[in-house]
Design a binder for this molecule. Sequence first.
Ligand code: ATP
Ligand code: MG
Length: 211
Amino acid sequence: MSGLKKSYGGRVVLDGCTYRFESGRVYAVMGPNGSGKSTFLRLCALIEKPDSGKADFLDEGIVLEHDLALRRRITLLLPSVGVFNTTVCENIAYGLKLRKVNKAETEQRVLNALELVGLKDKMRRRAVTLSSGETQRMGLARALAISPSVLFLDEPTAAVDSKNSKAVEEIIQNIRHTLKATIILSTHDAGLAERAADTILTLRDGKATAL
Ligand SMILES: Nc1ncnc2c1ncn2[C@@H]1O[C@H](COP(=O)(O)OP(=O)(O)OP(=O)(O)O)[C@@H](O)[C@H]1O
Ligand SMILES: [Mg+2]
């Protein structure tokens, strides 16, 4: 992305962020509360428009149009995962339904995702009965079932204990190897950032700097 700027009510949050993410790599975005990490992820994931600057996605050197096809290759997982009052399976299948993926393939992808996040034994449970850690893993499964090219994770270990945090970290490594997706996560956990990411970006005074 280049020159991303964003202000809310006159307060500058991003003040010209420029960085080029390489495909297939893992990045961690760090910075204090309110430094603009979530804003940065929303702009990069095309959920929100910048005041100026661009978040471009390139495929073999060609800038892709910001159309539905591109948006469907990008997923942003928020720290509080939205849960539908249905089974774990149906929650995970949600993105596939939207994309009109057929039943057999949906089943396969949901099963693979469940396996990857270790929730296979809870697939028929009502999703609202899962613990926070399990819900977070279900969110990851929902995101990876759609095999995104770029996966944004906003504080994936924010509300989970150290055991689930370790599980989330392993899932991230797994996603990296199986999907070969580019992963951009925000976190306050320096250990997670160092272990999981190839590159750490820090946000300070509205600017992103790679360490
Ligand atoms: N839609 C919005 N309207 C008004 N202000 C906003 C909006 N989104 C973000 N902000 C403000 O922008 C600043 C940066 O917020 P952001 O959520 O991006 O920070 P963050 O680095 O993710 O913080 P945290 O570590 O607490 O998650 C904050 O002051 C926040 O209140
Ligand atoms: Mg945030």
